[in-house]
Write a protein of this length. Structure first.
Length: 156
């Protein structure tokens, strides 16, 4: 029988309540993306799959015109961004054509404006396609984007 004066009964009630809260919180979060992961593209996984995964290749993709990408980052940071630094690491699915087919934020800079600038610039960036043997192939890569305060430069 439950005795309201018994501390052990109250402790059991509290433990059961905490367990229920945790279970309900975990089950309601199932199927949601982890915090910090943003998808720039639609939900159609296309050639990349839904999540970043290793795809075999002999030659890594490279940014075709890094100077133009750097200029674009600097221009957007000057016009829209704060005078702050930070690093964004993006997962980029580079298609066989050299286009970014899908982009996810792996590590945020902590500033949503800088994260958005990085997403926009990398979405417009052209890559040399990765190659597996003599064939171009679709691959996921980690693309860091470093923002340095406006008085300095932006690095890829």
């Amino acid at each position: 029988m439950f005795d309201p004066k018994n501390r052990i009964h109250w402790l059991a009630v509290i433990v059961i309540a905490i367990i229920l809260i945790l279970v309900l919180g975990v089950t309601s979060a199932w199927g949601q993306e982890p915090p910090g992961v943003m998808d720039l593209t639609n939900r159609n996984p296309g050639p990349c799959g839904e999540v970043p995964a290793y795809m075999p290749r002999d030659i890594e993709p490279r940014i075709v015109d890094p100077a133009a990408v750097r200029e674009h980052l600097v221009a957007l940071q000057e016009s829209e961004g704060p005078d702050a630094g930070g690093r964004v690491v993006l997962w980029v699915c580079v298609a066989r054509t050299g286009q970014a087919a899908s982009i996810l934020i792996h590590t945020t800079s902590g500033d949503p404006v800088l994260d958005t600038i990085a997403l926009r610039v990398i979405a417009a960036t052209r890559y040399s396609p990765a190659r597996n043997g003599d064939q171009p192939t679709t691959v996921w890569i980690a693309q860091p984007v470093d923002f340095i305060p406006r008085s300095k430069s932006v690095e890829l």
